[in-house]
Design a binder for this molecule. Sequence first.
Ligand code: SF4
Ligand code: SF4
Length: 439
Amino acid sequence: MISFPQILFGFFSFALVVFLFLFILTSIRERQVRAVIISLLLLIFTLFGTIFSLIFFKNEILLALDVSFFLSILLLFFPFMRGKAVLVVDPQNRYDERDIMFARARYVRGTPQYRDYYSRRPERKKIDDAIRAMPKLLSPGGKYYDPVRSAIAKNYFEINKKLASLVEGRPADKKKKIEPIQATRLLKDMARKLGAVDAGIARLNPAHVYSYIGRSPGRYGIPVNLKHHFIFVFAVEMDFKAMVRAPQLDVVIESSQKYLEAAKIAIAIASYIRSIGYEARAHVDTNYRLMLPAAAVDAGLGEVGRLGILIHPRYGARVRLGAVSTDLPLNVDEPITFAVQQFCGECKKCARNCPAGAISSRKSRNVRGVVKWSTNQAACYRYWREVGTDCGICMRVCPYSKPNNFVHNVIRFAATNSPLSRKLSILADDLFYGKKIRI
Ligand code: SF4
Ligand code: SF4
């Protein structure tokens, strides 16, 4: 006759077998060969181990194993320590857009911008000159340059630039009456229907607004004067299959396409808000007036990870952001935390895999009033110019960037709730997907 410890043991083993089976199917779909092989071996081991244990182990041993199984599940999934969010120390410290690498890369020798910038930041001149002398992104000379495929991304970026004239405009003379709850629902719905996977709203924190314009052509050095009260931020998902090919061309084609999609959504929403009589500005690639990852954190879209960009709870680093600032009254969302700070504190996979050594593997520290990890923008961008794409290796290897499906969501849920799960999932990620990727 079958005993209770045997039934319980059979149940736990069955649950593990089902999970491993789903993991194999998921890995096949994601074309992760190493993960398929290792999980298949684990599945075979579990099946034989279960049969062996049921035949040869006494009930007392099986009961002890049942109790250990039960305790492990509790330790792995029970919300013991969900973790802390990013610590904002000095929210008044605004950032000058002229300092970001994308702005610096455009300063042409002999121009007033060039003279102005390097008279104030002479220590950056040598490294920036060296980067400017390298082949441009998506141009001949870059490692992954392809005359036909590079032109796809180039074309998307060019269209994005042409959209600059649509980001701002005068609102209609008469304000239409709309309740914040209705306006909030309407904008989120609109963003989703236009292609966003998530959207959130925050009060616009002036500390996240750039102090001076750096990137918009012809507007270098103009003080940013963004007085809107709310910021509507949304995320567009980047395709996992393209991301796993980082740093090849597929990544920059994907990101340029998603920047374009984000621009379409932001411009459509800003234009709609203005049509009902409220002020609104779309913030799109090369034409931002604020730091989007910081605003996205405020709007509850995720947390900023070690790699320096937003990590979304379901899509990880595989998102592109867009935003609309407005004075249309809206209901705000709360920031969220899912233990990214704790996870990144131990993981360091992006830092280990970054070919430019641009991501810090040290502890987070106070960077302009926010406790976070510092990244070396110049080293990162220099690598982009070397390969001619926007790299994306850090986004590719980040364990949070796995697709939004049952198997990965179970692992994300466990890592959010339990310190033990975080440690195990970091080890498991290295085991199943490799500690270091081959480029
Ligand atoms: S994009 Fe590439 S070079 Fe830049 S930080 Fe990430 S891995 Fe490093
Ligand atoms: S790879 Fe690891 S350390 Fe880097 S951002 Fe992702 S979770 Fe954090």
